[in-house]
Ligand binder design. Structure first.
Ligand SMILES: *Cc1c(COP(=O)(O)O)cnc(C)c1O
Length: 382
């Protein structure tokens, strides 16, 4: 009754979205701050003065949105928490200035970065050689490997949980493979330096694709976008979901060389001509223009994250140094599941993974100071 390929599917399991009780949700790395008021205003205008637009197909190329994204990246350096804010204007910090101008032909938009990743997998990875990826990373990558029948070569993390870039490169070079990883990585939260990413790409053939998923780069120290000056084989995937408070609207994008962007468009236009609807384009464009607001929020989240990490360490926890909007931590004598259950009884959701090797850890999204205070009270009793 079913196609054979269905057997290869092992669907992604997202953080739970319970409906039985009003939990404090610290389990899906969503942003605790609401979208900027100008985003609400843009949506209101769209559904009143421009309501007829809902009956028409949206711009298939997301022209205005891609320009707004390019502008935002130039103004923030792609690292919101480090951007300098003055009034409602942003400028990049010294170390995050992009040494060229990001242009709209370097941007591709899709319906969430999960969909964008799907297009990227389809565009660049073949089933005749294994994709190199870290052993622990975003768990959607193995799901897409099943979907597209791409073999995998998972590379163990180093003892300190960092990516083993040397091993990833040597394995990729052995099999002429492409490489994907998240930076900062998930669920560890560790960021590797832009220079370390450059060193890896520099020693690979120029036609070999490297995908860097920067879902959390706005909470980190650096983005790899400046490396696009040197490398045409680098593909950077980013999302509006985390740093731009947009998880419910679904918007993700790629930053890469115009030639690669063009090939992703070919895939998109062979699957769904209109992945980004009119409202998402409208609200997304408004979000980019409010970058200063989101930069302040990202900085507040980073501050709260570091405060919370210090609190856990003082209470005897092992906490990995996070450059994201979550922390990955464990406490001796407690399993991840036990901690998750204890916290859930108190009305707070966090995440734990049954995966062997990380089963003792919990992943906790950074919420508002009030939410973190409540959680700290519960965790303090462990
Ligand atoms: C959250 C996340 C995504 C998915 O983001 P969406 O745009 O909401 O689909 C992609 N990659 C990583 C590493 C993430 O954590």
């Amino acid at each position: 009754m079913f196609a054979k390929r269905l057997e290869n599917l092992h669907p992604y399991v997202p953080g739970e979205q319970p409906k039985d009780r009003d939990y404090i949700k610290l389990n899906a790395n969503e942003n605790p701050f609401p979208p900027h008021e100008s985003v609400a205003a843009a949506i209101k205008t769209a559904v009143t003065e421009k309501i007829e637009k809902l009956g028409l197909y949206p711009d298939p190329d997301s022209t205005e949105l891609r320009k707004a994204i390019a502008d935002m990246l130039n103004e923030t350096g792609g690292v919101l928490n480090t951007a300098k804010v003055s009034g409602n204007k942003c400028s990049p910090s010294e170390e995050n200035k992009i040494p060229f101008s990001v242009t709209p032909d370097m941007i591709f938009c899709g319906n969430g970065s999960d969909e964008v990743l799907s297009f990227v997998f389809y565009t660049f990875f073949d089933s005749d050689r294994p994709l190199v990826l870290p052993e622990f990373t975003y768990s959607f990558y193995p799901v897409y490997c099943g979907y597209y029948n791409i073999p995998m070569n998972p590379i163990k993390l180093r003892k300190d949980w960092t990516l083993d870039t040397e091993k990833m490169l040597s394995e990729a070079n052995k099999t002429d493979s492409c490489t994907i990883f998240a930076n900062p990585n998930a669920p560890t939260g560790i960021e590797i330096k832009r220079e370390d990413v450059a060193a890896m790409i520099r020693r690979a053939p120029k036609d070999r694709i490297f995908i860097v998923d920067e879902a959390y780069a706005d909470f980190g120290k650096e983005s790899c976008i400046p490396l696009l000056k040197e490398f045409d084989n680098l593909v950077i995937v980013r999302t509006f979901s985390k740093s731009l408070s947009f998880a419910g609207m679904r918007l993700g994008y790629v930053v890469s060389s115009p030639a690669l962007i063009k090939s992703i468009f070919t895939v998109k236009n062979s699957f769904n001509h209109f992945p980004v609807d009119f409202l998402a384009q409208t609200a997304g464009t408004a979000s980019c223009k409010a970058a200063a607001y989101y930069a302040k929020n990202a900085a507040a989240i980073v501050q709260e994250r570091d405060k919370f990490s210090a609190f856990l360490r003082k209470n005897g926890w092992f906490v990995i140094d996070s450059r994201t909007n979550f922390v990955f931590a464990k406490k001796d004598g407690h399993s991840g599941e036990e901690i998750y259950e204890t916290v859930k009884k108190a009305g707070i959701l966090i995440r734990h993974f049954a995966t062997k090797g990380i089963e003792d850890f919990v992943r906790i999204t950074i919420g508002t100071p009030e939410q973190m205070k409540k959680l700290s009270e519960v965790l303090g009793t462990l």
